[in-house]
Design a binder for this molecule. Sequence first.
Ligand code: SDX
Length: 377
Amino acid sequence: MATISPVQRGLEDVVALESRICFIDGHEGRLIYQGYDIRELAARSTFEEVAYLLWYGRLPTATQLAELRARFGALRPLPPPVVDLIRRMPTDATPMDVLRTTVSALALFEPEEGKPGASSIGGAQRLTAALPTILGVFHRHRTGMPDLAPRPDLSQAAYLLYALLDRDPTELDARAVDVALILHADHELNASTFAARVTASTLSDLYSAVTSAVGTLKGPLHGGANERVMEMLDEIGTPDRAEAVVHQKLAQHERIMGFGHRVYKVEDPRATILREWSRRIGEERGNTAYFEMLRKVEEVVHREKGLYPNVDLYSGSIYSLLGIPHDLFTPIFAASRVSGWTAHVLEEYQDLRLIRPTAKYVGPTDLAYVPIQDRPG
Ligand code: SDX
């Protein structure tokens, strides 16, 4: 029998492929998209620029950026049968389930873009433009808000806020979401991106790969953590209760959502930036309770477990202050990460290798088949 390497549960530290899209230095707390440091991109660029960078491997010219913004605006509308499908969904459906189902349904109406192995930057742009529309159509369906207009005049971040809140956002609010979308756009071979690449590596299509990724991101150990952080804050209530509640959770061996990371051994650089935006939006709204609670939770978790915050700790406090319901936080993560998922799918198509690890079999091998009439019991 061929010798196989030792089992690495969760594929921890296993290098599965080479990629040019994203580099994470977990010991230095650095995150790089196609060569650019996330701190510079968060300070100086926009989500549209970052999506272009992820797909093309270079920053856009002013003309190329304007063309991408116009393309996003033109691609926002959904096929009418898909809008009808969303409007037939239960109003209490989980938004991540709505997203997963609708991305899958879209493929029935747009087979060209998602064709297996196609270059499909068009499909990547289509899906990136469509996800905020899917969320807006569903949220307006469940709340009875007026129908959603495509608003090609708005950036992705501003459109997302308009789609969910039915009002044009302030510049500050739109910039807060734009930075969050930049920070969530890609993160190397995280579970949902890996799921997308596994799907693409069979030469399956772009829409199937993104459907796989949405289903994977939903999990609370991955993208779903941002919603559970807010549940924890609601449980804590006030900053002075943070210590007791966190101690109680740790005593029960509960995972504190928003902390820890498979790769970062220091603070997630995205948490550093989101912490500052949580403070800034809190102060602008005159409500820093979330920020103060989170600072206290950070202090206790680091003292007791030596853990650092990850991207999910502060994002929800920002979205909540902007008026976005908690169950839309992970879908917003998806509306950004779809740019990274699709960039990785395109990279997989360009240098395709079926992803198929092996397992160390630990069961029996020589059992004799017993006819059913002779089996005991
Ligand atoms: C994201 O991969 C990515 O890049 C993901 C992401 C992206 O951008 O795509 O960065 C987004 O998913 C961020 C992570 C969001 N999830 C959470 O916040 C959920 C809580 N975090 C944990 O479940 C955990 O930290 C993980 C899942 C994020 C990472 O877990 P690992 O690498 O498998 O670490 P582990 O489970 O082996 O834990 C090591 C030790 C354990 O202690 P012991 O049992 O060995 O004594 O650390 C402890 C764990 O109990 N630990 C925690 C903890 N995280 C780890 N203890 C309490 N609370 C936590 N959050």
